[in-house]
Design a protein. Structure first.
Lengths: 174, 200
């Protein structure tokens, strides 16, 4: 794959799937600094993975895989390779403030509570919750995680109940 | 509240959050970072193998010029350790985790790597310290033997100095390696094992 192709694919993924990457990052990291670190790692791994991308898997499946694999092995506060000092992104929204595209304050609060609940789950369950909330099929989730659809079904039953229970007490005006 | 309600609100997060990225700067930084990372790996490998190669050549030369047979042995030990480095690095290169693998496969290969690293450090005495120690003891023996004309006292003192220097140096190297296993690698292994257990 030529460097130009790699760059073109990377730019397109940034355009089309930035929201997905950010959701995963927020699902694993709370503090702005941690989110920034993890996001940088995800971008680096995505860039490195592009030459191996043959289009056999869906782009979103590929991005989920790379992002989850990076997030799973990411360790908070670990000194690691950083991208340079040039500022290319600002992920500096305070943790309690959701992006403004979420319609109402009530919905913003609910989304924030969901992120918090996902971060409290074990990492594998958190990954499943993120994909399930995004509406991925069992087959797609199985492809990302490398486990059977039956097992995913069992896990998701527990996760759905757990998330619904955690947010049951709250009233968000929805 | 039902899960479907949560899902509906979740999906109402638009796919285009208000985050702006300067893709040109980002790409420049990523390329620079990748070059740096590859350079770090290359330098580390070159340093490890290079030190062994230099020591092999140096001791070989020393042996030829001084006619001390123990230097040949030390050169052979350094060559053996260097060869082990290279063979191990090449064998492990094929088993690096690939980030676009499924999560389970990626965790399994990460776990394999961590286990291998633990094995290497736990056995550092056998594949690194002992071969060097054999060569160095032979050198120390030669030096002590050369002192025989100065009397037994000189031989004993020289031998004691070597024992202390080797003991402290090799003991410290061994301790640092075992500390790294306890403080870094074993917690990492437990973390990966529990992730894997969650997937099974």
């Amino acid at each position: 794959m030529s460097a130009q192709n790699q760059e073109a694919i990377f730019r397109r993924w940034l355009d089309e799937h930035l929201g997905l990457m950010l959701k995963i990052v927020r699902g694993f990291a709370f503090a702005a600094e941690d989110r920034d670190d993890l996001f940088q790692d995800v971008l680096l791994q995505l860039w490195s993975s592009i030459p191996a991308f043959r289009g056999e898997a869906k782009e979103t499946t590929w991005i989920y895989r790379v992002a989850f694999n990076t997030a799973m092995t990411w360790r908070r506060g670990e000194k690691r390779r950083r991208l340079g000092h040039e500022n290319f992104i600002k992920l500096d929204t305070p943790a309690h403030t959701a992006p403004s595209h979420v319609d109402s304050v009530a919905e913003q609060e609910m989304v924030e509570s969901l992120y918090a609940a996902i971060r409290r789950l074990p990492k594998v369950e958190g990954s499943l919750a993120l994909m399930h909330l995004d509406g991925l099929s069992y087959q797609e989730m199985a492809e990302v995680l490398g486990i059977s659809e039956n097992y995913i079904g069992v896990k998701l039953n527990r996760i759905r109940k757990q998330l619904a229970d955690e947010l049951k007490g709250a009233t968000y005006g929805v | 509240m039902e899960f479907e309600d949560l899902q509906k609100v979740w999906q109402s997060q638009s796919a285009a959050p208000k985050v702006t990225i300067d893709a040109d700067v980002l790409l420049k930084e990523i390329r620079r970072n990748q070059r740096q990372f590859l350079a770090i790996i290359r330098n580390r490998d070159a340093r490890e193998v290079g030190v062994c190669a230099l020591m092999t050549i140096g001791f070989l030369y020393w042996g030829i010029s001084s006619r001390w047979w123990s230097m040949y042995l030390l050169a052979a030990c350094c060559f053996g350790v260097g060869t082990f480095f290279v063979v191990d690095r090449l064998a492990q290169r094929k088993r690096r985790p690939v980030k676009n693998d499924s999560l389970q496969a990626c965790i399994e290969s990460s776990l394999f790597q961590v286990n291998h690293q633990i094995w290497l450090l736990k056995n550092v005495f056998w594949w690194y310290l002992l071969p060097l120690l054999v060569g160095l003891i032979a050198v120390a023996g030669s030096v002590v033997w050369a002192k025989r004309e100065e009397g037994t006292g000189a031989m004993v003192v020289t031998a004691i100095i070597y024992v202390i220097v080797y003991g402290v140096t090799f003991g410290a190297v061994y301790w640092v390696n075992q500390y790294a296993v306890r403080k870094q690698l074993e917690p990492r292994r437990h973390e990966l094992e529990s992730l894997l257990a969650n997937l099974k």
